[in-house]
Design a protein around this ligand. Structure first.
Ligand SMILES: [Zn+2]
Length: 258
């Protein structure tokens, strides 16, 4: 069985969601974690996850949606976390690729959401595009109980800084491109117990999908097999390792899966 630790399943058209979950299961992708991104989809991911035992969710505000939110949304987030069972606070972080002029606001909402994670003793799912060192700075200041640095594409040294802070690193479709030598080297050389997998579907299509084909959680099986190959491991063994790693990063998922 494979765990997709990051999939925006609620971004899929409603009429194909059931089919998407079914084809994931047919490809041995038995669990999917859906992070929220803004106040608008908090209840959406909770409701969606309630539809099937294989689904879990994280609650948080993505840095690319930060312009839409204010302090009242943080109260709403804390309420929502208190009343439901998220496996993590996420997707939170900083993105200096998409936008730089709101950096202070991004930092403020990262810090505030790290505080919520500490208050509820939850791990976090992090988005760190073009901002790894800045996010690491906040993790040293706000000692959350670990989690996942999603879509990791930093240096070996940065990877080890996350690992030292109790984090796992998320790898997905980006690693499968022939030119993605750097990410492949990370995936091959980092400690095996520090790696989790994700599709980030419908974003981040793996190499083998045509432009017209949509990335889906079922692709995780092939992404996992790709990782098994570059690590020289049997895919079944790899799936077991990934499940264990993901349950360590998101302990509630471990409890609910068994
Ligand atoms: Zn995401």
């Amino acid at each position: 069985m494979w765990i997709d630790s990051h999939c925006h399943l609620d971004f899929f058209p409603a009429q194909i969601i059931k089919k998407t979950i079914k084809s994931a299961k047919n490809s041995q992708v038995t669990n999917i974690v859906i992070p929220s991104v803004s106040p608008k989809n908090l209840s959406q991911v909770v409701d969606l996850a309630g539809q099937d035992d294989s689904l879990f969710y994280a609650l948080g505000f993505h840095p690319m949606y930060i312009d839409e939110i204010d302090d009242s949304d943080l109260h709403r987030l804390a309420e929502c976390v208190k009343n439901s069972l998220p496996v993590a606070i996420g997707e939170i972080g900083i993105d200096l690729f998409a936008k730089k002029d709101n950096i202070k606001k991004q930092e403020y909402f990262l810090a505030s959401q790290l505080e919520i994670a500490i208050n509820f003793d939850l791990p976090v799912i992090l988005h760190t595009r073009n901002a790894i060192d800045l996010v690491l700075k906040y993790l040293r200041r706000y000692r959350v109980k670990g989690g996942i640095a999603h879509a990791f594409n930093g240096s070996n040294q940065q990877a080890h800084q996350f690992i030292d802070l109790g984090f796992k690193l998320g790898f997905g479709g980006a690693m499968t491109y022939p030119r993605a030598k750097h990410i492949q080297r990370l995936a091959k050389e980092l400690p095996i117990e520090s790696i989790v997998l994700e599709t980030d579907a419908p974003d981040m299509p793996p190499f083998w999908l045509e432009k017209t084909q949509q990335n889906q959680p079922k692709e995780l099986e092939k992404i996992g097999t790709f990782l098994a190959q570059i690590r020289g491991l049997d895919p079944h063994k790899m799936a077991k390792i990934i499940s264990k790693n993901t349950s360590q990063a998101l302990p509630m998922l471990g409890k609910l899966c068994t």
